[in-house]
Ligand binder design. Structure first.
Ligand code: HEM
Length: 342
């Protein structure tokens, strides 16, 4: 039993109640619609930059790229150019494959003892697939949301919208119809993937054992964002024109509280604000951290080039020759061997 997810679930429920009651009962629309989103935005940007600067200024005393193949050595031995990148180009290709397709996760295996004694390797394809679905869907949703913050709406936002509603499935009077505009696949995939990632932490004992409240909290928060978004889009039919007027007000620093936008919108916005403010202090910073990781951004050329710690400062050394020069006479008097007599 891992109580950590209960803490995180309670935290997200409390956040929901704060935003819902805060706007519905207490009428704090300016707080939840303007003050909190701006504050969260500032914390996100400042916190993100601070963290990256901190990593950028940390010394890298050793060359420690993680490798997984033959290093470049003799001309007749074929090197693994991507898995053991000798050049910056190799590093970039490996990094791109990692960031875009989670290549190392794709090659991840877990071990299991079958029939008590047989060691078997099991390909962890579901984790890879869910992680990939989660991140790509998240990106698609965020790009689509740019529609609210731009006028005119850029072409790539329209392109993502078009591709995302490719199947054009709509539920009309409980009958699923294909061919009508309506459902955005990415929103549904995002919710499904985040639920899978949560259930995996609950039901796989080894994963459950190492899961902390900080692993569950962002999952619940993103679940909350998706559920409130889906509610607004498919069930409550929130007034998008008012929302757009409001979001354009926010980005042009002329905020105005919209009329007729229900509390679920404020819950959605509050969850997003909390996610933004929490981001720089959490494991979510792997978004920026992967690029700063010496195990991934260094070239594996340790046999060919000497890695000098760029933060090395000049150290005053007292060589043996200088030592002998200082103490030669005393050494000779004491009968100690010297390299130079005079
Ligand atoms: C981390 C950022 C966000 C995520 C992951 C997210 C997620 C979602 C999802 C999954 C939906 C369901 C429909 C769909 O797939 O598009 C949705 C709808 C919606 N979201 Fe967000 N959202 C985010 C940020 C925001 C922000 C900042 C605003 C406005 C200030 C916003 C306003 C809305 C509105 C108005 C809808 C209903 C859209 C419609 O009816 O077409 N969202 N969101």
């Amino acid at each position: 039993m891992n109580a950590n997810y209960i803490f995180s679930l309670i935290a997200v429920i409390v956040l929901f109640l704060l935003a819902y009651l805060g706007t519905e009962a207490a009428g704090l629309h300016v707080l939840f619609g303007v003050v909190i989103p701006y504050t969260a935005g500032i914390i996100f940007v400042a916190g993100f930059i601070r963290k990256i600067m901190n990593w950028a200024y940390s010394p890298v005393p050793f060359s420690i790229p993680s490798t997984c193949g033959q290093q470049k050595s003799l001309p007749w031995i074929t090197p693994a150019e991507i898995d053991n990148p000798f050049t910056k180009k190799g590093v970039i290709v490996r990094m791109a494959l990692e960031v875009l397709f989670f290549r190392s996760l794709f090659r991840n295996f877990r071990f299991e003892l079958k029939d008590g004694s047989k060691l078997s390797y099991i390909w962890e394809k579901w984790l890879w697939l869910a992680a990939l679905a989660f991140h790509w869907a998240f990106l698609a949703v965020v790009i689509r949301h740019l529609r609210f913050f731009t006028e005119p709406v850029p072409f790539f936002v329209r392109a993502v919208e078009y591709l995302d509603s490719f199947f054009r499935v709509e539920v009309v009077n409980t009958v699923v119809q294909i061919g009508l505009p309506g459902i955005f696949i990415s929103g549904i995939v995002l919710l499904a993937a985040v639920i899978y990632l949560f259930l995996r932490r609950v039901f796989i004992p080894q994963v459950n054992y190492i899961s902390l409240a900080s692993d569950y909290f962002p999952l619940f928060l993103i679940m909350g964002i998706c559920i409130s978004g889906i509610l607004m889009r498919y069930f409550l039919k929130t007034d998008i024109v008012s929302v757009k007027a409001f979001t354009m007000g926010l980005v042009t620093f002329r905020p105005a509280i919209p009329q007729g936008v229900g509390s679920v919108f404020y819950v959605h916005l509050f969850f997003v604000s909390v996610l933004l403010a929490y981001f720089p202090f959490s494991k979510l910073m792997h978004l920026g951290g992967i690029f700063m990781s010496p195990t991934r951004n260094l070239t594996a050329d340790t046999r060919a080039r000497r890695h000098v710690n760029p933060w090395n400062y000049p150290v005053h050394v007292h060589t043996y020759q200088e030592y002998e020069d200082d103490f030669r006479e005393k050494m000779i008097e004491a009968g100690l061997p010297v390299e130079k007599v005079q």
